[in-house]
Design a protein around this ligand. Structure first.
Ligand SMILES: [Fe+2]
Ligand SMILES: [Fe+2]
Length: 374
């Protein structure tokens, strides 16, 4: 049973897109990730940890299930070894080898790890209630949603979306909880790998002079360039890779009421957050050192719920170097520079790319105009 602690708080520590690999036992990238995990666990002492998907390469589960469980245990050990429950959700890469049941079973072989399929057959959707410190009353509901892999019909969307039957399950369960709570929706928090398309509402189209610091939209939005909208905090490092098709999941959250916040993984660079129609959407970047990232900015997000103010929460980000940690896996430049410098270099490279593209387009247009004149 998940409960508020003696101080009336419920702390949740998020790790996004760790992408751990088979060679973990000898890898400096794995050691860096574990340093971050241990430092964050020591600092925050959370009541729950969440892995936001793309956790450990699943092709190993197909090749050698025993080795996969061993690797997964090593990845989870800093959390489970402290006796802290760990909820893990499936990211798109958990689905890659097409053996979802085996992957789920492997997660369930590790003491302290929570991953279930409570709703729609074949989807790892589940929920956990958070009880008052005396254990008598449910005060919040945490939803862990399986956002799938790539879409079966790529002409509809590149990445998959949360399906109608999953949304129906969420709405029915929400209604039951509402009845049990005297007709009032229970404050709810969503944890999901692929972000909803409404994340783009936290961005706005870049003005001409903002192009060098802007990001390109994803897939069907790739003609547009974006920057963070007013009031949005955090770093916009890439266009959110949400589905191209909107299946109404966010509208369902609005309709049912109770959803206070949703936390997403999938985009390794983004850590921006803000409110859309009263619901806090937080994009969480990678906590690992395996997949693409911008230098030393791998980080954790700490979310804290308050028993005395149901529905209220706060969150904060803390990066690898802010813990005073030293990297073994990063190259000499990213190992020594500060987070701010790392971000600047990343932006400078991106700006150089945009300037080069704009210059090339201008020269091409000029050349075409001259040829036409001739
Ligand atoms: Fe990922
Ligand atoms: Fe992903």
């Amino acid at each position: 049973m998940l409960k508020f602690n003696d101080r009336g708080k419920f702390g949740i520590l998020l790790f996004g897109d760790i992408h751990e690999k088979e060679d973990y036992a000898t890898s400096p990238n794995f050691r860096d990730m574990q340093k971050l995990m241990n430092a964050a666990l020591d600092k925050y002492k959370p009541e729950l940890c969440v892995f936001l998907g793309d956790n450990f390469d699943t092709p190993l589960c197909k090749k050698n299930p025993e080795e996969f469980v061993k690797g997964l245990s090593a990845l989870c050990e800093p959390v489970t070894g402290r006796g802290i429950p760990l909820a893990a959700i499936m990211g798109n890469h958990e689905h890659d080898p097409g053996i979802d049941r085996e992957v789920l079973e492997a997660y369930n072989r590790i003491d302290g790890v929570i991953m279930r399929s409570d709703g729609v057959e074949g989807k790892a959707d589940f929920k956990e209630l958070v009880y008052s410190r005396d254990g008598k009353k449910a005060l919040a509901c945490l939803w862990f949603i399986d956002s799938g892999n790539v879409c079966v019909n790529r002409s509809v969307s590149h990445y998959d979306y949360v399906h109608t039957d999953q949304i129906k399950w969420f709405e029915e369960e929400t209604e039951k909880l509402k009845k049990e709570n005297g007709g009032v929706p229970l404050p709810s928090y969503i944890f999901q790998h692929i972000p909803v398309p409404e994340e783009y509402n936290l961005l706005r189209k870049a003005k001409l002079w903002e192009l060098p610091v802007s990001v390109r939209g994803y897939n069907t939005l790739k003609r547009n360039r974006y920057v963070g909208a007013n009031g949005v905090k955090g770093y916009v490092g890439e266009g959110p890779c949400s589905p191209d098709y909107n299946n109404g999941q966010f509208e369902s959250w609005k309709k049912t009421g109770g959803v206070r916040a949703a936390f997403f993984g999938h985009d390794h660079l983004n850590d921006f957050s803000g409110y859309v129609d009263g619901i806090y959407l937080a994009q969480h970047k990678t906590g690992g050192f395996r997949a693409y990232t911008d230098g030393c900015k791998s980080c954790v997000r700490y979310v804290e719920l308050d028993e005395n103010a149901p529905g209220d929460f706060r969150d904060e980000l803390k990066h690898f170097k802010e813990f005073g940690l030293k990297s073994e896996s990063l190259g000499p430049v990213f190992r020594t520079i500060s987070d701010r410098q790392s971000l600047f270099i990343h932006t400078a490279f991106r700006s150089a790319g945009v300037i080069a593209a704009v210059s090339a387009a201008a020269v091409t247009l000029k050349y075409a105009a001259e040829r036409k004149k001739k």
